[in-house]
Design a protein. Structure first.
Length: 284
């Protein structure tokens, strides 16, 4: 999960500096299949390397991290099919591998087709992939395997958790639409995103109030509230910096850091909500 979060944050960096097309071809990189040397060449400075050019470092580094995550997913499938007796978990591992392959293809097509719509789809696919990893971690945990169910979740609590997960995913979609078009700050998306954050805040507080006395899920509830507090702080700071720098026509390192951190914590919130939802469904 740490590797996946790092990759998502790196993708936020790529978007924040508009480096999505810094490497103009795919699956090659500047005409080369060598992922480390690449075919990059700067006629003005033949000694320059790809990692010394920030936009290329961002985009090609994102590809390398994606390939590393793909290798991890392949190892997960091999380990799961060898050691895991549960058929459903084996199929989930295959789904994880399929999602990371699909993500790679979407990212490549976004470059080939110069499609901003695919960039948004690619961003949302990363959230679904992280949720699948969280699901894999939950169903592989000792608590899940022991089958200890000390209480039964009421239907209203399961629905509340599901609505919270859907609301978080919608917020991430709005954030992607706010960040990806590249035509400046769209006030309509900003206001909708702020309104959505209030709805998410209410839902998470309600979910927390019902879970913080529920045994093992108490830890999840407090972790969710901690992440929410950090996310709200990051969101406010990111918006203030964004509006200030938009008026000046500049983009600082602070904007890049805040946007990427806000994206990563939002992803973590969505993943934790998916994990809670799975455990509540089981307790039905």
């Amino acid at each position: 999960m740490v590797l996946c979060l790092t990759l998502i944050g790196w993708g936020g960096w790529v978007t924040s500096i508009d480096a999505g097309l810094a490497v103009p071809d795919w699956p090659t990189s500047f005409g080369s299949l060598d992922p480390f040397a690449t075919g990059f060449n700067d006629p003005a400075n033949p000694a320059s390397k790809w990692w010394q050019v920030t936009p290329i470092l961002a985009e090609h580094g994102h590809r390398l991290l994606g390939a590393l995550l793909g290798l991890w997913a392949l190892g997960l499938v091999l380990w799961t099919w060898r050691a895991e007796p549960r058929r459903g978990v084996k199929l989930l591992a295959l789904a994880v591998l399929g999602l990371v392959v699909l993500q790679g293809i979407l990212g490549g097509l976004r470059v080939l087709w110069v499609s901003m719509d695919l960039a948004v789809v690619h961003a949302l696919g990363a959230q679904i992939f992280f949720a699948s990893i969280m699901a894999m971690a939950v169903v592989s945990s000792a608590e899940w395997i022991r089958r200890e169910v000390a209480w039964h979740a009421p239907r209203v609590l399961v629905r509340l958790s599901l609505w919270t997960a859907f609301a978080l995913f919608a917020q991430i979609l709005l954030g992607a639409l706010l960040r990806h078009p590249g035509g400046g700050v769209h006030l309509g998306f900003v206001l909708t995103h702020v309104g959505g954050s209030i709805a998410v805040l209410v839902l998470i507080v309600l979910l927390f109030s019902r879970l913080q006395k529920r045994g093992l899920l108490r830890r999840w509830a407090w972790s969710l509230m901690g992440a929410l507090s950090i996310q709200l702080m990051l969101g406010i700071m990111a918006l203030l910096v964004l509006f200030y720098e938009e008026s000046l026509g500049v983009r600082s390192l602070w904007q890049v850091i805040l946007n990427s951190a806000h994206l990563m914590v939002g992803t973590l919130l969505f993943g934790m909500t998916v994990g809670i939802t799975l455990q509540l469904i089981r307790r039905r």
